[in-house]
Design a protein around this ligand. Structure first.
Ligand code: SOE
Length: 424
């Protein structure tokens, strides 16, 4: 289904930056926050180019029309290929379930479009490798690609990276990261696409574990070189969403309607990982959708030879620093309010102390993507960075499946060969 596209976008005037005509593929939670970001970024950042949300694509024409009306998008399509093949589109922003990332991104890059793709990059290493190769070839033709690890663009985390690079923590010994949600604790929450391997690739691991793996590397500057892991699916089957509920599209934070049947959950509900980095640090990761009471809690702590950093997304404008240089009596973690104009991104917004939110990370993400396009520079994280995260996800699943290095431990407190319980 195609609504009549508007006339070709008028070329920029002599003093106006050239337009960047963006096609958004997907209109659910991520589609909404990306649309918000594209419309907001030019108002607060000097991009050197003028992004315009020119079209939105979704399978449900009616829902896509409603979305387009909400965000003032002039064109609606129901087949992404129409937009990928359209010379009036300059960039494609992929906000679909993971099984569509590879086909859309590769086709768009081959058609010369710039591509922003939501995380994780793909549903497998094989797909991610093909996407990274397509991005490498496309860059030679001037098309740029970026994967949307949005939390990197939280000012406090971007500032944490600066502090590490300045040497304020010394040699990093420990990295500790959690990503805690609880939206499927209810065993009757329906079987949405995020709980099906063929659509999502994996569960909590790829959806939220990918974020903390990326953040750990981004803030520390280390690369993870080995993992051992456990994963678990606590609730093995769930009610099928009622076809009319639209739940399949939403995939998250929706509740309710199902039509009686049940289906198998084919992804992990939680993953716990231990890891080692290329600079000898030890790392632990926990990603779960069963942390009852935790809605979107991301915690990161780095311990180094000269100090530590701690961050909690529930207080995302704050960063805690333990500076080992302080004399013992006055030493302690101190809170840095990361809202000063000197802090990353903060100066574009409000006066110090007013703070930013979850959605601002996406404004920063599309702003950096647009500025990279304006300058002809490779944005980060690249598809190659996304491929490396995909390799970590695969290694975690391999380890968990193989129970690699796992040692079963007897639960008994009775010395071997004795019946009585010690200390009874
Ligand atoms: C669901 O866990 C989700 O929407 C993730 O997919 C996003 O990446 C994260 O920003 C919020 O939670």
């Amino acid at each position: 289904m195609t609504s009549q596209p508007t006339s070709a976008s008028p070329e920029a005037g002599p003093t106006e930056p050239r337009p960047l005509r963006v096609a958004l593929i997907g209109y659910s939670f991520m589609g909404s926050i990306h649309a918000q970001a594209w419309t907001t970024a030019p108002r607060f950042f000097d991009l050197g180019i003028a992004p315009r949300l020119s079209a939105v694509c979704g399978r449900d024409a009616s829902a896509a029309q409603q979305f387009a009306a909400k965000f003032g998008i002039p064109r609606v399509e129901t087949d992404w290929r129409t937009l990928v093949e359209d010379p009036e589109i300059d960039a494609v922003d992929i906000c679909t379930p993971g099984n569509l990332h590879a086909p859309i991104a590769i086709a768009a890059l081959e058609a010369g479009k710039h591509v922003l793709c939501e995380k994780p990059l793909a549903n497998s290493v094989e797909e991610a490798e093909r996407m990274a190769l397509a991005a490498r070839d496309a860059r030679a033709r001037g098309a740029l690609a970026m994967v949307g690890f949005s939390y990197r663009r939280t000012p406090a985390l971007a500032y944490a990276r600066e502090l590490v690079r300045e040497g304020r923590l010394g040699t990093i010994r420990h990295i500790r990261a959690q990503y805690l949600q609880d939206w499927i604790v209810d065993e009757d929450f329906p079987l949405v696409w995020r709980l099906e391997r063929d659509k999502a690739g994996s569960g909590a691991l790829g959806d939220i574990g990918a974020h903390i793996l990326d953040l750990a590397q981004y803030v520390s500057g280390h690369r993870i070189v080995g993992v051992s892991a456990l994963t678990e699916t606590f609730v093995k089957s769930r009610p099928l969403p009622a076809a009319s509920s639209g739940l399949q599209a939403v995939g998250l934070h929706a509740s309710g309607a199902h039509d009686g049947g049940r289906g198998a959950v084919t992804v992990d509900d939680a993953a716990v990982v231990i890891a080692r980095t290329d600079e000898g640090a030890l790392a632990t990761f926990e990603a779960t959708r069963f942390a009852t009471g935790r809605k979107n809690a991301i915690r990161l702590e780095l311990n180094g030879s000269k100090g530590s950093l701690a961050f909690d997304f529930e207080s995302l404008n704050e960063l805690w620093l333990y500076d080992g240089v302080d004399p013992a009596p006055s030493a302690g973690f101190r809170r840095i309010l990361v809202t000063e104009p000197e802090h990353p991104y903060a100066g574009a917004w409000w006066p110090a102390g007013h703070g930013l939110g979850y959605d601002h990370c996406f404004v920063h993400e599309v702003a950096d993507f647009a500025r990279a396009i304006a300058r002809g520079e490779q944005p980060e994280p690249s598809f190659g960075d996304g491929l490396q995260i995909q390799r970590l996800l695969e290694a975690v699943e391999d380890s968990a499946a193989g129970r690699a290095q796992w040692r079963d431990v007897a639960t008994s407190d009775v010395p071997a060969g004795n019946a009585a319980t010690v200390g009874a």
